[in-house]
Every structure is written in C-alpha cells, then in structure tokens.
Design a protein around this ligand. Structure first.
Ligand SMILES: O=C(O)c1ccc(O)c(O)c1
Ligand SMILES: [Mg+2]
Length: 599
C-alpha cells in the first residue's frame, strides 16, 4: 500500500490570522496547507505575496477551498457561478494552487438533477483545465441532493472530465455511517484529495456536528485507520490533509494545536502502515508521582495516609514518601500555599524505546539537571506542562539516601490512578498525547453536571490496567466565582480493603472528606446495601458504586495546599470505573471543606 509522505493541514483548523496559522503549520513540520477562503480574504497579503510567504516557510498550497453552491442550477445562475469561478481561478493562479475544492450544493436555486450537475461540473472542469487547475468535488454530509461520497463519485464519473475528481472527507463519509469499503472501486486517477477529521460520537444535526466538534484523528471515535486504508488501497497518493472545524481549537494557541495535529497524523500513519516508530513499550504500573509543594500540609496528609518519609534526594530538596511500592516524591519548590502534581512516572519495559517514541511523536523533551552519578531520566512535557517519565524504578531509587524512618501499613498497594484536571484548551490534546505516547486506551468517557458546571471526564489505561490516568475538563468556562474549585488534581491509592484502610488512617489522625447523610440515604434507596456495610460507609465517609462487573469503595482527603488531594480506592471484582456518579458529591464536599477551613 503506497502512502504519500506529504502531510497537510487546512488553515481552518488553527486559531489566529492567516500569518499565525502558516507559521504554526510550518513550525509543526507540515509540508502543505489548504487555504481556507475566509483566511485569505482577511489577509493583507496579496495572493502572489502569500505564495512567496508559503514557499519561504516550506509549505505548498495543496488546495484552495471552498467553492460553494455551483452545480445543478438554472442558466442565469450558472453564468454568475462561472464568472465567480473565473475570479477564483485568478486568485489560485497567483497563489500557485492547482486544486480547488467544490462542495456539493446546499443552494435553494439548485435542482435534483444528476445529469445537469454532471454537465455543469464538466463545463467548470474544462474552464479550470485551461488554467492548469483541477476541480475536487466533495459531498457535504448535509448537501441538498448530493450528500454521500458514492453519489459525488457517480456525478464525477458521468461528467467524465480529466480535470474533475472527488475530494473524500472522512467526516462526511463516517458521520453518515457510509461504508468506506466502496472507495476501493474509485480509480486512483479520480481521487483528487483526501481530508481527514475525527469526531466524537454525538447524536446531533450533522452540520452542527461538523462545524463545531470535529477532532484530529485519534481524538474521537471514528475508524480513521480503516477509512485511510480504503483510500490508500484505491491508489490515492496525494497528501493526508487535516480539516478540523472545532470551537476549542479555533481559540487555542495555534502553535500547540498544530503540534497536536501533527502528532495525530504521525500516530495515524503508524496504525495504517508499518512505520519506523517504536511500538509503545509495555507498562507495569506507576513508578512514582511527584508533587510540587510548599510547607507541611501535603507531607502531613501523606503521613496520615500511612506513607513514610523513607529517603531524601542526594542533591535536591526532594523527599521520597513510600508505603511498599507506593511512591510519592515531594519537591519543596512551589510558591507559598501552592501544591500541584508536577510529574507522573510510569514503569516502562524499555525506557529508551519509550523516549524514542516520544520524540517521534513530537513530545517536548524536558531538560533535566542531574549530577554526574545520578540517573538520567528522560522526561517529556504533557500539554498542560506536567512532566511525564517513562523509567525503571531501580534506575532512580539510588539517587535517594535512606532517612531511617520506618514504613507503616495502612493497606495501600499501588497508585491506582492519577487524576489531572486539564486546562480548557488542552483536553483533547492531552487525550491524544497519553494515547499516542503511552499507548493508553480511552475508557468510559462521561459528562456530568457538577456543582460548578459541566465536567467531561476521560479515564485512560494501558491494556493491563497497570497505569491509569483520569483526565477531566470543565466543558465550558469553569464557575470560578467559587473559591477552592480551581482545577484540583489528585492521586488515588489502591487498597484491598478501603474500610480497613479508613480505620487505620483515622487512627493516624487523617481528616477524611466528610460526605453528607443525604448521600447515604440515597445509596440505601437505590441499592439496598446490607445495613452493616451502609453504616460503615456512612461512619467513614466512604463512597460506593457498583456496576455489572463489580463494586467500588472510595474516600477522599480534603485539599492539601491549593490544588492537590488524595483518594483511596478499592476495586472489587472487575469494576474498572472511577465512581463518576459520586464526583459531584465529592466536589460539593470539597467546596464545603474549603469554606469551613477558611482557605
Ligand atoms: O462546513 C463546510 O461548509 C465545509 C466546507 C469545506 C469542507 O471541505 C467541508 O468539509 C465542510
Ligand atoms: Mg471537507
């Protein structure tokens, strides 16, 4: 299966002016762009100057788009449309762009007549051919008469002009549930252009879905791999070009969005054909999590959870807190009153391959200061700035000197998951980052009404469920009128017996986040739990959930410092969720705890 090396991006994917977009696309390594007409119209640069500008940046102009509402119209409208087309060919000539996208009509002037559409497209193609231009006809999913790729292909075939072919757009094909297998029957010479977009599965009007919710490949739930394979099997050898209309990306930093976009293409190419990227090495658990802290609050919480300060870094103000294989590093480097999760470390079967994979996927490598005899750990930055290590625990433990403090046992067995609230702009990028770099798979995505607004959550895990990361984001701007709800993050520790752990931690003086009686009354009404169990849950403020696979018991600490809290979880049977139904109760409880502690 041949695959072109060329990677393009439509300017509509990115925020800013055309200049911002081109700079970002070039910096992320794209070879070409689709120039979206509105971006050109608003640009102060002449088309000829833009051509030079793109050439200077190493970008080819692979498509000019869109030309709308052309075909199947009465003669007077046709004359006006041809005149309009000539003007746009003038622009394309100056731009040096040789392919124009014509999308299927939505005009009330058009009629349902394939012969007429074909005849008029033939005419347009012959005018284009005289200028050295090709016409790529695209079926919009909401086109008035032509809204499937096979229909656009029937018209192109009927028109039968060498300068007329189809543009395939994965969104239009997959949003309508069309089977991409039929693409294999289209001759390669008629596949003029390929646009790629993913999307979340949503039950909504297809135009709204397309204009606001498209995603880069791998961020949504479409089978882009199967789609691209069908197009490549048909012999397409043009660029793979991203065309993503998305409200969040439209306002996000285009430099970051362009890197996300390129990462999505690198990752997609890996799934479509063998590439030179090392496969994600097997993960076997969280090696450590590092917190950036100031003052004793977090250390006190860890101590009451039953971790001990067992070792001290030889050259940095970093403490190792541990219980068995549960390891948390405290780095005394935060501003007063602040706390945050600064790093996640995963145990990798092959850290060197992990590092190479991260580099191929454009993950920014973090500079590390270390002494000559200390472990040189590779760390990369996640989109929100969190450091991500892929390492072996034995490689870094030697950098720590034992304090002599004894370990305690409150039943903690591992870091179950790390929960990271993402900045609004970074959620889809973060999901793609963890998915592509670490090979994590998204689990049960959820959206729920929380006390301070709608929250979307996306837990991700490796195949063996040894590493879990739970991403969440405020779907709209966060309700920041309320103190104490600013993007909290937490580490969840696993226990084989949450109630026993709660008792042991109470004995150590841990203040558990208090859950109101109403919650337990509702639990009783819904699930009719055994009275003895319910009484214990209530007594220790332990939350409960169950599904077809098993049960889940979990409890929380109040916030320690500005952003961080802890959770203890017990999974019974095959329960693989995160107690999402309880999250709003937890958030309200954190707000209450904040107000009563006066912080
Ligand atoms: O939403 C639109 O109008 C639109 C325009 C051009 C495209 O290529 C497309 O897929 C959609
Ligand atoms: Mg398109």
């Amino acid at each position: 299966m041949p695959m072109s090396d060329r990677r393009s991006i439509a300017t509509v994917c990115l925020s800013g002016t055309l200049e911002d977009k081109l700079t970002a696309a070039a910096a992320a390594g794209f070879d070409g762009v689709e120039i979206f007409e509105n971006d050109l119209i608003a640009s102060p640069e002449s088309p000829a100057r833009l051509r030079e500008h793109c050439a200077d940046l190493g970008l080819s102009i692979d498509l000019y788009q869109p030309f709308r509402d052309f075909e199947a119209v009465p003669p007077d409208v046709l004359a006006a449309n041809l005149r309009r087309a000539e003007r746009k060919f003038d622009v394309m000539e100056q731009l040096g762009a040789d392919t124009m996208l014509v999308c299927s009509t939505v005009s009330p002037d058009a009629v349902d007549d394939d012969d007429l559409a074909a005849e008029q497209l033939h005419l347009l193609a012959s005018m284009a051919a005289e200028r050295g231009i090709r016409i790529a006809y695209e079926a919009l999913a909401w086109g008035r008469f032509v809204n499937t790729y096979d229909h656009s292909w029937r018209i192109v075939r009927r028109a039968d002009h060498p300068a007329l072919g189809v543009c395939l757009d994965s969104f239009h094909v997959l949003s309508r549930g069309s089977d991409p297998a039929g693409i294999r029957t289209i001759p390669a010479s008629k596949l003029f252009f390929l646009q790629l977009a993913d999307a979340p599965r949503l039950d909504m009007n297809v135009l709204q879905w397309s204009r606001h919710y498209r995603l880069f490949p791998g961020q949504g739930s479409f089978d882009l791999t199967g789609f691209v394979k069908a197009v490549l099997d048909a012999g397409y050898d043009g660029p793979l070009s991203l065309e993503v209309f998305n409200d969040v990306f439209r306002q996000a930093d285009p430099r970051h969005a362009a890197v996300d976009a390129m990462r999505s293409l690198v990752s997609l190419r890996e799934t479509v054909a063998a590439t030179s990227i090392p496969a994600p090495p097997k993960l076997s658990g969280h090696s450590f999590a590092e917190l950036s802290v100031s003052g004793p609050q977090v250390a006190q919480a860890l101590s009451q959870l039953g971790l001990s300060h067992v070792a001290q870094h030889r050259s940095k103000p970093v403490q190792l807190w541990q219980q068995g294989t549960v390891r948390v590093l405290l780095n005394e480097n935060a501003a007063p009153g602040e706390s945050a999760i600064s790093a996640l470390a995963m145990e990798s079967a092959d850290p060197a391959a992990s590092a190479e994979r991260a580099e191929k996927l454009l993950a920014p490598r973090l500079p590390r200061e270390h002494q000559a005899d200390e472990a040189d750990l590779t760390a990369v930055a996640a989109p929100d700035g969190t450091s991500v290590f892929l390492c072996r625990t034995d490689s870094w433990l030697a950098d720590f000197t034992p304090t002599g403090e004894a370990e305690r046992d409150t039943g903690l067995t591992a870091i179950d998951h790390v929960a990271l609230t993402q900045p609004f702009d970074h959620f889809d990028g973060a999901a793609l980052f963890y998915r592509s770099l670490l090979g994590l798979h998204p689990e049960s995505a959820a959206e729920f009404a929380a006390p301070f607004g709608l929250v979307r959550s996306l837990p991700m895990a490796d195949a063996g469920h040894s590493v879990r990361i739970a991403l969440s984001v405020a779907v709209l701007r966060r309700g920041d009128w309320a103190p104490g709800v600013q993007d909290p993050q937490h580490i969840a520790f696993a226990s084989d017996d949450a109630l026993a752990s709660a008792k042991a931690m109470r004995a150590l003086g841990l203040p558990v986040l208090e859950i109101p009686a109403n919650y337990y009354d509702d639990l009783e009404a819904r699930l009719a739990l055994p009275p003895g169990l319910l009484a214990e849950l209530r007594e220790y403020s332990v939350l409960y959930d169950r599904d077809a696979n098993g049960e889940f018991l979990h409890f929380y600490t109040p916030l320690a410092g500005s952003r961080v809290f802890f959770e203890v979880v017990q999974r019974i049977g095959g329960y693989a969720g995160y107690g999402a139904a309880n999250a709003p109760v937890r958030m309200a409880a954190h707000r209450r705890a904040r107000l009563s502690s006066g912080s």
